[in-house]
Design a protein around this ligand. Structure first.
Ligand SMILES: [Zn+2]
Length: 358
């Protein structure tokens, strides 16, 4: 999935322009695949589904909800992060609608569960219910959440997929039997299901945190008694600073999934500027001027090749008539841009390397 590349200007105008073009194309493709109008439409459908007031949607670090004051729905704020959703593989209005159904379910619960996993599974369940009632396709949404690993605040993907499907099944069944599908009725079935799946949930938790154990009744009582004081979950937060997110990754590991240039394994503050270039002394020891020149020539040749491929893929992306084609070529352009940057960096490194004179 294409994300904007982490690009620092190199001072090479032609090179910088090409990289800026790649990033512009990635952004345009993202806007094209998940346009603002689609987001607003998904939010409207989700709020209407729960009969909640529509609230502002802001660009945020994550796709999330701030319930703010938990005694009212009117002050809630929804967050939207296009790059995050794109990196999860979310595309199309059905998936976006289910994403915001999940977030709006947080609004309805306003911290009803003390346990973050239970609350997340509840929100996934309601997304499934919405899908069942309005014939919304769950495939993309379920695949995106199902692929997440989970952590302290969010359950493992497989468990989430199970609750999405269960919500859909419950809605289908109730409709078939002519039972009115109500929020309370669904909540009751959900809580039964949470109890039934207690063992499975505990198993997944132990996989993520081996020190986790199911609480005894006494521990549970003690925890409930102190929950009001110690509850730091986002959903009961009144400051609006933290945010109940869709939870593709735990905050601590976000850096791991963000695209970064991998410049031959070395850490560089920025690429291409002489003062920032780190040279591995061992690898340059004893090289003659001719050898260094050959390395420069090789790097420049590779850079030219990958820049050509970037241009080709950008052109293909611009001429694509369907979403999948546009996304495919933009993603390839992004990968070639990373290669081009690597070789650009390599060429500069050798240009600043002095031959061994001894
Ligand atoms: Zn959530």
């Amino acid at each position: 999935m294409a994300n904007p590349i982490d690009f620092h200007p190199t001072g090479d105008v032609e090179f910088d322009n090409l990289m800026n073009e790649v990033n512009a194309e990635i952004m345009a493709t993202n806007d094209f695949l998940l346009p603002d109008e689609m987001v607003l439409s998904a939010v409207t459908k989700s709020c209407n589904f729960f009969n909640l007031p529509e609230v502002p949607v802001i660009h945020a670090d994550g796709t999330c909800v701030w319930p703010n004051n938990t005694t009212t729905y009117a002050d809630d704020v929804l967050g939207f992060n296009r790059a995050e959703l794109m990196s999860m593989g979310i595309s199309g209005e059905d998936s976006l609608t289910l994403i915001y159904t999940h977030e709006c379910a947080h609004r309805t619960l306003q911290g009803a569960y003390n346990d973050p996993w239970e609350e997340e599974l509840a929100c996934d369940f309601f997304a499934g219910v919405h899908a069942g009632l309005r014939d919304i396709n769950i495939d993309n949404f379920e695949a995106a959440l199902g692929a997440t690993t989970g952590g302290a605040s969010h359950p493992a993907g497989a468990l989430r997929a199970e609750f999405i499907e269960y919500g859909q099944k419950i809605a289908d069944e109730m409709q078939e039997r002519g039972i009115e599908v109500t929020y309370e009725g669904c909540l009751e079935r959900l809580n039964q299901h949470l109890e039934e799946k207690e063992g499975l949930i505990a198993e997944y938790r132990q996989r993520i945190d081996p020190t986790y154990h199911s609480l005894t009744e006494d521990e549970m009582l003690a925890q409930n008694a102190s929950a009001d004081l110690t509850d730091d979950s986002a959903h009961a937060n009144v400051s609006g600073e933290s945010c109940g997110s869709i939870g593709l990754v735990e905050p601590a590991s976000i850096d791991d999934v963000e695209p970064h240039f991998n410049v031959s394994g070395e850490t560089l503050g920025s690429i291409g500027l002489a003062e920032d270039v780190t040279i591995d002394e061992d690898s340059v020891k004893g090289l003659t001027k001719a050898e260094i020149d050959r390395k420069i020539a090789k790097a420049e040749k590779e850079e030219r090749y990958y820049k050509g491929m970037v241009e080709h893929e950008l052109s293909m992306a611009k001429h694509s008539t369907d979403n999948a084609g546009r996304e495919y070529h933009t993603s390839k352009a992004s990968n070639f841009a990373k290669e081009a940057t690597k070789w650009h960096e390599e060429a500069i490194k050798w240009k600043y390397t002095k031959p061994d004179e001894k």
